[in-house]
Design a protein around this ligand. Structure first.
Ligand code: ZN
Length: 380
């Protein structure tokens, strides 16, 4: 019998924060960044060239172009620097865990038709994400760190591309009036380009590591007032991973998310935070030798009975919690906490317990549901 272990969920959502005042990075952040950057530059996976923005950490990048006769101004000089800054928790919003941020911060000087843009940009990387204190598999964790860095560097590079060669941006800037702000939209704050590039990069890295990444987009017309339950994939389509996989997933713009497996199909349910935008879920499948060797000899029948009783409301929550407690003490479920304290159990767990009791889902799947909730902090 094999267990499918489910690890914690982090929502990697990166934002361009409102200007935060500059603070020097900690030593740990500097070391993290240097190591990650060195690895990023040598990693063998197709990616967009981001060497311009990487160069701005070392020396200013200076770009000059002339406007044409019909423009308000006649010349634009841009000077771009980037420095690593201390990660600021205030840039994380709501319940999201932010991987990092890249902030464009240009001050404009206009004189005799000449515009100077002095850009002092900041990169922030969340040290808690980089240092692996999550339960994510180290291999996947490393991939995600590279993806976070790539993501943030793209916010820099895409804007640099515009400064260097977008006729739209150049013309807008040539016609800038005093008091007007330059157009930062080319840094892709909505991730229209970045999501795609990042997915491509991550997918190549996961493939190289012997895994599989599955991306699912959810649009508002697939939801009921934002709420949805959608089949994401079937293990039948990925025979290499069937029954032996570890699944990890990440989401963007989805709250209250959970996933569950019925037979070979994996479903995701949740709620679109902003239903004018797509929700994205990334699933990572990895085969894992270690977890394949786990057995469920220790799964006693009374646990299933308690779960069945609990799912139909015949026993108090406490009985069910003691069953979970047993699973943790016997390492069938792993948790950092010694004792669980459950205040709210999502309704789908009761459904899951019922399906398990009636034999529609197997032990693995049920154990996963609980593991998922513990790992993701829904119960702790
Ligand atoms: Zn971003």
């Amino acid at each position: 019998m094999k267990y499918v272990r489910v690890f914690s969920i982090l929502l990697i959502v990166n934002i361009i924060p409102a200007y935060a005042s500059y603070e020097s990075p900690t030593n740990e952040e500097k070391i993290n960044f240097d190591q990650l950057l060195a690895q990023f530059q040598t990693v063998d996976a197709p990616k967009k060239d981001v060497s311009d923005v990487i160069g701005t950490f070392q020396k200013p990048m200076i770009n000059t172009f002339s406007c044409n006769l019909h423009d308000t101004n006649n010349q634009i000089i841009t000077i771009i620097n980037t420095k690593l800054a201390k990660f600021d928790e205030n840039t994380t919003n709501q319940d999201l865990v932010t991987g990092g941020s890249y902030t464009w911060h240009c001050s404009e000087t206009m004189q005799n038709g000449k515009i100077s843009l002095d850009c002092n940009n900041e990169l922030r990387i969340n040290p808690e994400i980089i240092s692996n204190d999550t339960q994510v598999d180290p291999q996947l964790h490393n991939i995600e760190n590279l993806v976070i860095l790539y993501h943030e560097l793209l916010h820099g590079q895409l804007m640099i591309d515009a400064i260097k060669s977008s006729s739209v941006w150049q013309q807008e800037t040539c016609n800038l009036q005093p008091g007007e702000n330059i157009d930062y939209s080319f840094a892709d704050p909505d991730h229209k380009i970045i999501n795609y590039l990042q997915t491509q990069f991550a997918s190549a890295l996961v493939d190289k590591a012997g895994g599989k990444m599955i991306t699912k987009e959810i649009s508002s017309d697939e939801t009921n007032n934002g709420t949805f339950t959608i089949k994401v994939f079937s293990f039948n389509d990925y025979p290499t991973f069937e029954n032996s996989s570890k699944i990890t997933f990440r989401t963007n713009n989805i709250s209250e998310n959970s996933f569950f497996q019925v037979k070979n199909d994996v479903f995701l349910s949740g709620h679109l935070k902003d239903d004018t935008k797509l929700g994205i879920a990334w699933f990572y499948l990895f085969n894992n030798e270690k977890t394949q060797n786990m057995t469920n000899e220790t799964m006693p029948i009374w646990i299933k009975q308690v779960a069945g009783q609990w799912s139909s409301g015949n026993v108090q929550d406490e009985y069910f919690y003691s069953a979970i407690d047993y699973l943790m003490k016997h390492n069938i479920i792993s948790s950092n906490d010694e004792k669980i304290d459950i205040s709210t159990v999502p309704h789908w767990l009761q459904k899951s317990a019922h399906l398990w009791f009636t034999g529609e889902i197997d032990d693995n799947t049920f154990v996963n549901s609980i593991q998922y909730m513990i790992s993701s902090g829904i119960i702790h």
